[in-house]
Design a protein around this ligand. Structure first.
Ligand SMILES: Nc1ncnc2c1ncn2[C@@H]1O[C@H](COP(=O)(O)OP(=O)(O)OP(=O)(O)O)[C@@H](O)[C@H]1O
Ligand SMILES: O=C(O)[C@@H](O)C(=O)CO
Length: 422
């Protein structure tokens, strides 16, 4: 297998978002969970997205795991390496986007890497280095209250510079409008000034096509699904992959009980849970009781088993910013997050042990905890449920999954997802 594109994603939902974008753009793509074992059988593909759970771990660990993933992809001939980060640039001043980008770029012998989280399809745009989420700058969006990495600075040149060893420059929209050669020349000029990364503006998909073509002339870039789209289009245009004629056959219906788990506290997910109340029974975990040592997971599982024969159920830990802040103040941010993730993983394990083969999970860290506990090695990518969220089919057993980034999906996401998981 010689890969046209190798991708290292810093969380599992972000990885399936990217796999979805690449598949839609015509690349045959597989998403793996962690660095695959050497004996993992994978179909012939153009791109592999290795999913890590490295967004919110110490930077040195994120670097080590990303390097390991990059080495696996390079050993399979990856022509270009994309480090997939969140379209809202989720990270703290301690890392991990800067340190991982520095490390992958240096390992590849490159002086500078192009970086952009722009993903216009989901209303993430970058102008003069400032990230906008919908109509507002990042620091005024709900991401300012993220439970793990509150984003309080919209200027990504500044944000990335605080995380990076080498300096960070800007490729502005006026340069992008001049085309891929102008972007390449700007990257060269910034590299001569000693910069190791350049935040690139992008507002429309056509800007991403330019950035993809420019990025492809180097070995490493960093971005969200939008840059993936640009790279995929550039690969197809350059004849380096033949666009897949038909979507991969993912196999027939699986049936049986279905369940949804939500650990994301994003505004989008909170709205989707409220809407789901009309369509299925919803159980809300009480994080305070859970952290106090009560068996919330066991109780939720018993509750689910009593209902799951009649239709899908939803179990959610999600809460609004004030409730999350109160729990975090009492137990600490990381301890609270990990305890809730562990409870979700245990519930998922119990559901699967009782026959659930159709599972929807909301939230990147939550999805990571669940998928790790279920020991799922890799997924093939199916139809799109909503922008950035595909249906996934496990490669080693018959199971449907949907791993939703917290902010993604329409108001009826949970019902929409289950409809595509027969
Ligand atoms: N009620 C709660 N109180 C405190 N922490 C919570 C609560 N519910 C969930 N959490 C934690 O908040 C974090 C949510 O992160 P997660 O990545 O799952 O969602 P997200 O950040 O919205 O999604 P994404 O990473 O895809 O954007 C997890 O660590 C989860 O365990
Ligand atoms: O890029 C995005 O917004 C998503 O794929 C994601 O990573 C959210 O956690």
């Amino acid at each position: 297998m010689t890969l046209a594109l190798g991708c290292v994603a810093d969380d599992y939902t972000g990885a399936s978002d990217l796999a979805n974008t690449l598949t839609k753009a015509g690349l045959r793509t597989v998403q793996t969970i962690g660095v695959p074992a050497d004996d993992l059988a994978l179909p012939e593909v153009d791109a592999v997205v290795v999913s890590l759970k490295s967004r919110s771990i110490p930077a040195d660990e994120a670097v080590a795991r990303s390097r390991e993933a990059a080495a696996w992809l390079n050993a399979r001939g990856a022509g270009h390496l994309l480090f997939k980060v969140c379209s809202t640039f989720d990270s703290t001043d301690e890392g991990n986007i800067g340190p991982v980008t520095d490390a992958l770029r240096e390992d590849a012998g490159e002086a500078i890497a192009l970086v952009t989280p722009a993903f216009p399809e989901t209303a993430r745009t970058v102008y003069l280095g400032h990230l906008f989420v919908g109509m507002v700058p990042l620091a005024e969006s709900p991401l300012k209250d993220h439970p793990l990495n509150p984003m309080r600075d919209s200027n990504l040149v500044r944000v990335l510079a605080r995380q990076s060893r080498a300096g960070v420059g800007l490729i502005d929209l006026a340069t992008v409008a001049q085309g891929a050669e102008a972007v390449g020349a700007r990257l060269d000029a910034l590299a001569r000034e000693g910069k190791g990364a350049a935040i690139a503006d992008a507002v429309l998909d056509r800007d991403l096509a330019v950035l993809g073509a420019a990025a492809l002339t180097r070995k490493v870039s960093t971005g969200a699904s939008g840059l993936g789209l640009g790279l995929a289009r550039a690969l197809v245009a350059a004849g380096r992959v033949a666009p897949a004629a038909t979507a991969a056959d993912l196999g027939g219906p699986i049936g049986g009980p279905a369940a949804c788990l939500a650990g994301s506290c994003s505004q989008a997910t909170l709205g989707q849970i409220a809407r789901a109340e009309a369509a299925m029974p919803v159980r809300r975990l009480d994080p305070a009781r859970l952290l106090a040592g009560e068996d919330e997971a066991g109780a939720a599982l018993t509750w689910a088993m009593e209902r799951i024969g009649d239709g899908p159920v939803l179990i959610a830990s999600s809460a609004g910013p004030d409730e999350v802040a109160a729990v975090q103040a009492r137990y600490g941010r990381d301890a609270a997050g990990h305890a809730v993730e562990a409870a979700m993983a245990r519930i998922a394990e119990g559901l699967v042990a009782h026959g659930v083969r159709r599972l929807v999970v909301a939230g990147g860290e939550t999805s990571g905890a669940v998928v790790d506990r279920l020991r799922l090695p890799a997924f093939r990518v199916g139809p799109e449920i909503a922008a950035g969220v595909p249906v996934l089919r496990t490669t080693d057993r018959d199971m449907w999954l949907a791993l939703k980034s917290g902010n993604f999906g329409g108001p009826d996401f949970f019902a929409d997802a289950l409809r595509l998981m027969p």
